[in-house]
Write a protein that binds this ligand. Sequence first.
Ligand code: COI
Length: 381
Amino acid sequence: MTQAAPATTSGTTTFPLKFSLTPSTAARTEIEREEILADPGFGKKFTDHMVAIDWTLDEGWHNARVMPYGPLQLDPASSVLHYGQEIFEGLKAYRHADGSIWTFRPEKNAERLQRSARRLALPELSEADFIESIRQIVAVDGDWVPSAPETSLYLRPFMIANESFLGVRAAHQVGYYVIASPAGAYFSDGVAPIKIWLSTEYSRAGRGGTGAAKCGGNYAASLLPQMQAYDNGCAQVLFLDGETSSRIDELGGMNVFFVHGTDTLVTPRLTGSILEGVTRDSILQLARDRGLTVEERDVTLGEWQDGVASGAITEVFACGTAAVVTPISQLKGPNLSIGDPDAPAGEITMALRQELTDIQYGRLPDRHGWLTRLDAPAGQA
Ligand code: COI
């Protein structure tokens, strides 16, 4: 059975969707909200509303709505519950000093959601509808965008197959949703350097698999090795490539970078099994801007080990929307230790982090046109 043509060509959803609004009757009071915003943590509390859009094979995308946040009603036979046909995104809304609300490169998330949809045989949502869905949640829950330093409203768009059918084929009924969660630092120690654990037993993705897609299954597969990381005092798990187990792939939920000397930034090339991170791409650009030599290429575990031993590799860091830029002090594994657990955050790591967040929070000019204002009508920034 082949999947339907993208909804954008179905005839019914060629134009941007119009959203209806059903306001929550159980919205938190200002005092309750402020209490949550004072210490948001990551991914623990959610705003008063959510966005939902339905898709069927016959109608394409329809019934776009903003509704009270609450449980989804899913038939127990829904295909997502059995075959994991699910994809998601992560991006943030930032409050600038003048109170305005902005997001960062949402078109990159829209494109990646489309790529993930293609890989998971889900329907594509147009970039315009994706960005409008983000605008809609912020229009109704904008007060939930915190203003304390380095906090944001984390936006989680996701798409699930919700057809009640146990045959194994692409679903004919799908739901797209956006939920929002006020966020502080992803790691409990803030931006302090983390230790990471090398999984020698498990891979995250293989050739031709779903590694480049942002689908729940990739993260489900990372949870057991992630537990092993925790058991070994590490905050994240590192995966090697599934074919040769020699090349650095990525962490459970973020990309990885190496600073060589004071002038070169290296990150694993996109092989099809690595997630094309928006933060990864932005860091590469900021590094080029400051005159660093940038290399996207294979990085072996041996190079990491030898590079740290010889002093050629001076800094290592992880990056992602949730993690922003997080220094890595040590890689641990069975019979392996690279780096010094007490090493301070690297200078280049922290300079790149500072510059990225300065742009995101409007403290530096947006020289690449990366920001989209969310609390103003489309096209007006
Ligand atoms: C993100 O950085 O937005 C992610 O989706 C990664 C996840 C570990 C929170």
